[in-house]
Design a protein around this ligand. Structure first.
Ligand code: SF4
Length: 333
C-alpha cells in the first residue's frame, strides 16, 4: 500500500461525505504553519518562511481553531521548521485526540531533541523528512554541510523507533535524475514508508535561478514516472503525467488551504495575494474559478503538488481506466 489503510479510509470517507453534500470545491488538507522561523535558509524557500520571529508564532488555540474551521482530516504541519515550535508536543497531542492525521514536515535537524522520546509514535503521525537529493545536492540546496548525513541518521532512528516515516524531495535545476534514483534506492533499503518527489515551486521572492525550465521538468518527470513503478513514490500516476507534460490539469488551490502566522493565505501556498483572519471570509472571498483556470501569469509554469494532486484524483475518478490505474497504484509499492 502507498499509504496506511486508516489514513486512506479517513480521506476517502471525508471526500465522499463532501460530495454527498454537493460541494464542488472543498479543502482536503490544511497546510498549517505555526511559525515562520527556521534553522535553515534553503535556496528554493520563500523569504518569509525562514525569516519570521518565534514571538510571532501562532498559539495552539489558533492552530486548533484553524483545523476545526477547515474541517479536514489531514494536517500538514510545516512552516518554518515545526520542531522549533515550543508547543509542538501539545499541538500534536490535541490533533491526535481529535482524530486528525498529521504530516510533520521537517528538515530533521532537531528530531532527536524535539520529537523522539518526547512525542510517541502514532498511526496518526507521519514524520516527513525533507531530502532534496544525495549528499552534495542536498547540502547545497540547504546551504549547510552535514544536513544530508543528519537527515539520513534521523530517518534510521525514526524507522527504528516505530514512526511512520516519509520523505519529500523537490526537484531543482541542480537535481540530477540519476541521483534521484540513487536516493530512491537508499530510501527503499531504509524501508521508508513513502517518497514524494515533486517539481520546485517558483517563489517570486527567490532570486536565485534554481528552478527547472518547463522542458527540463517534463524530461525529468518522465523518468520519475518510470521510477514510480519500482519505488514507493506517493504522487499519483495522473499527477506525474501532468508533471511530465503528458496531460493538462486545472489547479485546485482550495484543496490545500494554508493557515500562517499572517492568517489564511490566498489563493495558495505559493502566492500570498491576500491574508484573511476569518476562514469563512477567506473561503467566500477568493475567486476560486479564476485560480482554477491558471490564467494568472504567476500560474503559467506552476506544477506544485499541493495545487494539482486533488485535481489529478478528481480526473482519475471520472474514467474507469484511470480509476483502475489509481486503485492499482494504491495497492502497489
Ligand atoms: S497554478 Fe500554482 S500558483 Fe497558480 S493558484 Fe495553482 S498552485 Fe497557486
Amino acid at each position: 500500500m502507498r499509504f496506511p489503510l486508516g489514513f486512506s479510509i479517513a480521506q476517502a470517507r471525508y471526500m465522499s461525505s463532501q460530495r454527498r453534500q454537493g460541494r464542488k470545491r472543498f479543502p482536503t488538507v490544511i497546510m498549517l504553519e505555526p511559525l515562520y522561523t527556521c534553522n535553515l535558509a534553503c535556496l528554493g524557500c520563500s523569504l518569509e518562511r525562514h525569516t519570521g520571529k518565534l514571538k510571532d508564532r501562532l498559539s495552539v488555540e489558533a492552530c486548533l481553531q484553524a483545523v476545526e474551521d477547515a474541517g479536514v482530516p489531514i494536517v500538514s504541519l510545516c512552516g518554518g521548521e515545526p520542531t522549533l515550535y515550543p508547543e509542538l508536543p501539545e499541538l500534536v497531542g490535541e490533533l491526535i485526540r481529535r482524530g486528525k492525521y498529521i504530516i510533520l514536515c521537517t528538515n530533521a535537524l532537531l528530531l532527536d531533541k524535539k520529537v523522539f522520546g518526547v512525542i510517541p509514535p502514532s498511526k496518526h503521525l507521519f514524520i516527513n523528512v525533507h531530502l532534496d537529493g544525495m549528499k552534495e545536492t542536498h547540502d547545497h540546496v540547504c546551504d549547510r554541510p552535514g544536513t544530508f548525513d543528519k537527515a539520513i541518521d534521523m530517518i534510521k532512528v525514526s524507522k527504528k523507533s516505530g514512526y511512520v516515516t516519509l520523505t519529500n524531495t523537490t526537484v531543482f535545476k541542480e537535481t540530477n535524475i540519476e541521483e534521484v534514483e540513487q536516493l530512491c534506492e537508499l530510501l527503499k533499503e531504509m524501508r521508508v514508508d513513502g517518497m514524494l518527489i515533486a517539481p520546485g515551486y517558483h517563489y517570486e521572492s527567490v532570486e536565485r535561478d534554481v528552478f527547472l525550465t518547463r522542458e527540463d521538468m517534463h524530461n525529468r518527470f518522465k523518468r520519475v514516472m518510470e521510477l514510480s513503478r519500482k519505488y514507493k513514490i506517493s504522487a499519483t500516476p495522473l499527477f506525474l503525467e501532468f508533471a511530465a507534460g503528458l496531460r493538462e490539469l486545472a489547479c485546485s488551490p482550495y484543496s490545500t488551504v494554508n493557515f500562517t502566522p499572517r492568517g489564511w493565505k490566498a489563493p495558495c501556498y505559493l502566492i500570498g495575494e491576500k491574508y484573511y483572519d476569518n476562514f469563512q471570509t477567506f473561503w467566500n472571498d477568493v475567486d476560486w474559478a479564476y485560480w482554477e483556470s491558471r490564467k494568472d501569469r504567476r500560474c503559467s509554469n506552476c506544477k506544485m503538488h499541493s495545487g494539482f494532486e486533488a485535481s489529478a484524483v478528481e480526473v482519475a475518478q471520472q474514467s474507469l481506466k484511470s480509476m483502475i490505474q489509481l486503485a492499482a497504484w494504491h495497492v502497489s509499492g
